[in-house]
Ligand binder design. Structure first.
Ligand code: CTP
Length: 446
């Protein structure tokens, strides 16, 4: 029996894919089709697939041409598969001519004619576009526009800044067609807004945008009061709009894998979480100005709260805060959370530097994520018996914003997309913690 193997992403399955599979099948008696996993696609920098791996596998299966379907998860797997399944022919479209010659050491390599005039890229480009506008044109917004270019089906078309000259310069710098003179002008031009304005303006802009019927991606910290967060979610839900908080750590591939591993019990029962995020600032920075809601808690607490709420849940029993205050803002805060079966703590600072790592301790071992854990590509699971220790690497591309933009756009375009990386409940609790701190409840000065 002659075995043939071929690989692809098969996103938005089309006639070109079908023809290729038929041609590959005709080369032998048994066809194995490798479909790339979502994580492997991400690792290869393919941010833009519209169908997830299960949908892509279903599409390949529906052709009736594949005798076996395997998931391609890592570089080098082709050689392993060829050996494992005793494959005679590796077949692939002619767009890869020459690229896979190295496999001829293991089996025959055949480049098949590609179908002209159709590709997944072309089909993706024909799908509806989310037109996006940016409110606030500071440093994060400057990183957002180039990152959005990696994401399919989104186009940043306009920006607004109360200082019109700044908005004009921003649009010129990034080649955006519209510099809006007012928020209303911006809303009229777009389907969705990215709010990257100073923290204390988030609530007003998000409310206004939702009332104008626009989807909202809001930078962190989201808002400082739980009632405000509740109201924004209500407005979004009533209008069928997406409201997402741009907490980029939540979208970081390594962080996602860490959560899944820990939830699967690799360190036993989780008993303690400790996270530190500190960024030293000059004293005259706005981030240390009480008039602009400056301070370590407002600036950094959302990052450190994330692993705590994800791993120990949102039902903590109480929190205590210990703060070093200077010029009316906290230059350093340590918070301690009591849970029924665990304890958590975090350190945030703009005027005090700590080691910025994350440690999650369990009854069988612990997870160690080195600084800066909030944008890491690496972590370790450690045990009493060091021989069992394991290191995990997951690449993190560019500024990392592309992952949250991709999720945001998918949630707007795909009706089946329900999963949000940070839940409504988690965002509400983050706002509650900020509010409790600002009210001075259980806050002790050091
Ligand atoms: N293929 C083909 N004819 C096309 C498109 C794809 O023969 N018009 C082949 C590719 O050469 C490959 C297989 O189909 O062997 C799977 O390709 P894949 O990369 O999934 O599809 P594309 O449409 O090329 O996707 P993209 O536009 O994202 O590159």
């Amino acid at each position: 029996m002659k075995k043939v193997i071929t690989y692809g992403t098969y996103d938005l399955f089309h006639q070109g894919h079908y023809n290729l599979l038929s041609r590959a099948k005709a080369l032998g008696d048994y066809l194995i089709v490798g479909v790339t996993s979502d994580t492997f696609d991400l690792e290869r920098g393919k941010m833009n697939t519209c169908n997830n791996v299960m949908e892509r596998i279903d599409a390949v299966r529906a052709t009736g041409l594949a005798d076996k379907i395997v998931i391609e998860e890592y570089k080098g797997q082709k050689i392993d598969d060829i050996q494992k399944y005793n494959v005679d022919i590796f077949a692939i479209g002619s767009d890869w001519e020459g690229y896979f010659d190295y496999l001829s050491e293991y089996c025959q390599v055949v480049y098949l004619p590609r179908t002209e005039g159709i590709s997944s890229t072309q089909l993706r480009n024909e799908r509806p576009m989310v037109r996006m506008g940016i409110i606030g044109t500071g440093s994060i917004a400057n990183r957002f526009v180039p990152e959005a270019e990696f994401v399919n089906s989104v186009s940043v078309v306009a920006a607004y800044n109360p200082d019109k000259r700044e908005a004009d310069e921003f649009c010129l710098r990034h080649g955006l067609p519209h510099s809006a003179a007012t928020p209303a002008e911006l809303y009229a031009l777009v389907d969705a807004v990215y709010i990257a304005s100073p923290h204390y303006t988030h609530y007003e802009y998000a409310r206004e945008a939702l009332l104008a019927g626009k989807h909202v991606l809001c930078e962190t910290p989201f808002v400082f009061r739980e009632a405000e967060a509740c109201e924004l979610y209500r407005l979004a839900e009533e209008r069928g709009l997406t409201l997402t908080v741009a907490l980029k750590t939540a979208y970081c591939p390594a962080f996602g894998h860490l959560l899944s591993l820990l939830k699967s019990g690799v360190i036993g029962e989780i008993v303690e979480v400790n996270a530190s995020t500190t960024t030293l600032m000059s004293e005259d920075s706005d981030k240390l100005d009480s008039r602009f809601y400056g301070g370590s808690m407002n600036e950094n607490a959302c990052f450190t709260l994330l692993p705590i709420l994800k791993l120990l849940g949102t039902d903590y029993l109480n929190i205590r805060f210990y703060s070093k205050i200077k010029n009316d803002v906290d230059v350093f805060t340590k918070a301690i959370f009591q849970y029924a079966h665990g304890v958590a703590s975090f350190q945030v600072g703009l005027g005090v530097k700590t080691e910025g790592n994350l440690v999650v301790s369990g009854t069988k071992g612990y997870a160690y994520v080195p600084a800066p854990w909030w944008k890491t590509d690496y972590f370790e699971i450690r045990y009493e018996d060091q021989n069992r220790n394991k290191k995990y690497f997951y690449p993190y591309d560019g500024e990392g914003l592309r992952y949250e933009i991709k999720d945001f756009v998918s949630s707007i375009l795909s009706k089946d997309f329900f999963y949000s990386k940070v839940s409504k409940q988690e965002n509400l609790v983050m706002a509650r913690v900020q509010e409790q701190y600002m009210k001075g409840e259980n806050v002790y000065r050091i």
